[in-house]
Design a protein around this ligand. Sequence first.
Ligand code: AGP
Length: 616
Amino acid sequence: MCGIVGYIGNSKASEVLLKGLSYLEYRGYDSSGVALMAKNKIEIFKAPGKLNNLRDVLSSVQDICNKSTCGIGHIRWATHGLPTELNAHPHTCNCGSLVVVHNGIIENYKELKAELEKCGCEFKSQTDSEVAAHLIAHEFSKCKDLLKAMTSAVKKINGAYAFCAMHRTLPDRIIVARKNAPLIIGVGEGENFIASDIPAIIEYTKKAIYLNDNQVAEVKKDSIKITDLNGKILENKVEMLPFEPVALSKMGYKHYMLKEIHEQSDVARNVLSGKLKDSKSQITLQDVKLSENEIKNIKRIQIIACGTSLHAGLVGKYILEKFAKIPTDVEASSEYIYRDTIADNNTLVIGISQSGETADTITAIKQVKEKGSHVVIITNRPDSTMARLADSLLPVNAGIEVSVAATKSYMAQLLSLYLLTMFITQKINPETIKDKEIISLKQELLELPNKIETVTNDTEKIKAVAKKYSSFKDFIFIARGINYPTSLEGALKLKEISYINATGYSAGELKHGPIAMLDETMPVLAILNKGLVYDKVMSNCEEAKARQAKLIGVSNFIDKKHKDLFDDVLLIPDISDTLSPALNIVVLQLLAYYIAEYLGKDVDQPRNLAKSVTVE
Ligand code: AGP
């Protein structure tokens, strides 16, 4: 959450900062601001709302922008205080000599604020971050050394932070610090960069230093000095960034989300490529560093993730228990971290995260590593903090996902879990290579990309259903078994981008409470896959119909009973129950997309959300 950029060199800082911030908009987009080092003073410009508003502000102060070659910028996702201009970063001390941008949360900001107020500091915003500006300035007044002042300040701060600060009297440097929030220093020739994430600086340099927790750094245009919190000088290695400059394009689609939904067939091909050759071969996962013995010693599996990644994990539980026969728990990272969880060196922990930067999941992973569990990370960002913590890495290679609502990364996570399950299963019992169900699952996985294309190539019926139901204010999505997580994910997609109240529910649980809400104003969407639970779900649909709910079915076959019971049925190609979550979800993503589109919502940047959630 929140994006930070810094620049010091010979080019126009405002241009580097604005471009950098545009690549960080996925981290938040409710307000933005920059501070530019000018002659004997620091100029600050801020704007509430999207980055374009800041662009407009800066275009009216070209004389200042033309001269400044050093500055810091920020794009905000509000945690404390409304998304107003006043609360936008950078924040300053009383006299405006010191400016700071912050990503994270200062947990003890109230206590610090009270102390600073006693020293005469006057607070203008409702943010926790403003405390940092006053605190660093206060420390600076004692030592006149900005690196030392930052070090002393962060020692007093509890919580998570990436800071970037400048002082009017020291125009040749930017000081940064990090703890539990990402920050990299891009290394250039006669210029250096600072950013929360690689895309913000990759156009300028491919070399970077990853700042670690509890490190501070002084960045000048031709030097970088890093120290620990005791002032000891450190030598972090300069790494090559694993990225090409990203040409972000919608390729003719109206939104990134629609483009990313359509990319899923190729994503599926990518994920499988090199890992699944044919239906009779073993699965190859080069980066999973678990020996046969270690796998045989696994007594339990814990999957930890948030949001959409958590839903992928829930599908993982079904298949891991079905094929590998290992008890598997799935838990939201935010719930996992603050209780006495049981994990040891016989526990395999699977962390799933599109961004690899989700604070809750990172904290959970750190905890289980201390308990000796082997951690496999499934992520779309092999350069992320989580990937760096992994014992084994499963990069999903979905390509950059711009839309805040995750779609293609979910597909990639799901398929990676199928591969990992079969990998573990074959290690436990090599004979399963001959198992008919596994052979057939492998065959189906190979056929999946074409089936996804069948769904994405013919969206007319989905569009019509979206239009018909777009005026409803509430929805309930039901399913049983392996598609129960699909109902959760389908409902999440609808909520996120249309703001319609949609709930995913286990179909069998409907009668234990939620059925009380059903009437003609609440449509029920049911996932109806041929298989073990089909008849049961059909009975649950009958119960809903008896309460006059409108019924939409998503099914992989035509049953004459559908006609009487359902108002609308969306057909998908035939697929086994086991792999059906990977196809059903495409229909639900498209349905959510077209409903939001009919309602004229900001599909790619829905209100209140951010793509990378780096605060607990
Ligand atoms: C998905 O559409 C979301 N925006 C959100 O739930 C997301 O999946 C969640 O924040 C987890 O993110 P991660 O996969 O990057 O860890």
